[in-house]
Design a binder for this molecule. Sequence first.
Ligand code: ZN
Length: 263
Amino acid sequence: MRKTTAWAVLLALLSLFTACSAPPSPSPTPSASTPVISGFLYADGQLTAIDDPENAEFWESELETLAGFGLPALLGVWAEDWNGEFVLQLPATLAEFQTLTGHGEGAQGVTLCDSSTGEQSIEAQARIYINPEPLELTHAYAGPLLLHELVHAASCSPQMKGPGWIKEGVAESITTEKYPDQSEPLLAVVKAYKQDNEVTALPGESGYENLALSWFAVQAAIKELGREPAYELLYKLADTSTPSEERLSELFGYYKRAFELMS
Ligand SMILES: [Zn+2]
């Protein structure tokens, strides 16, 4: 089933946001123009609305691929409070992307969690904005990018108070489960890092290098603890402003060991 929805009205109702993978930015001012595209996925994986004649087919197929992954089961505890809904918006220009998200050209995608979903005609807890400019260069990475952002959307992780590396590392780990090719560039970055550095702390929070290290730290936790226990522990630590130091140092131990064992 498909339906057309008044996205402009939705947009006007957007209010308080926090941003993904960056310090909270000022609440963006809604753009005067109507968003070019919006996708909407129900909990049962049914795609309902796409509103962009030029790109509809491409995004429909990306969203259908994601739906086919069986997201709630894949995301486990990271989708515990998710009703299965999100809105995907593709601003037409970088300027519009910046206006809507408060993020510049360095961000490929941004997930914003709305703290007042009840006021909206569609109760999507999160909106994923895709930066149109880098996407034009490498359309092929749309699927991985979407899945990464969906982990943020499903967990509303922009609003979680714990360490940012956990949120990024988990989003990227779930992404490489479904898009294994994506682990190659990440691993290359970790290996390059190893040539010049010792691991003395858990990863930082910004930039591609930290994303790669965060992914590697989460991979190390999965290897030691198993997938589900690792994701559950990481969720607990990400979902509090006072994560257990003991558990974090345990994670650091796994990370350091994996780093040292890496050939
Ligand atoms: Zn992210």
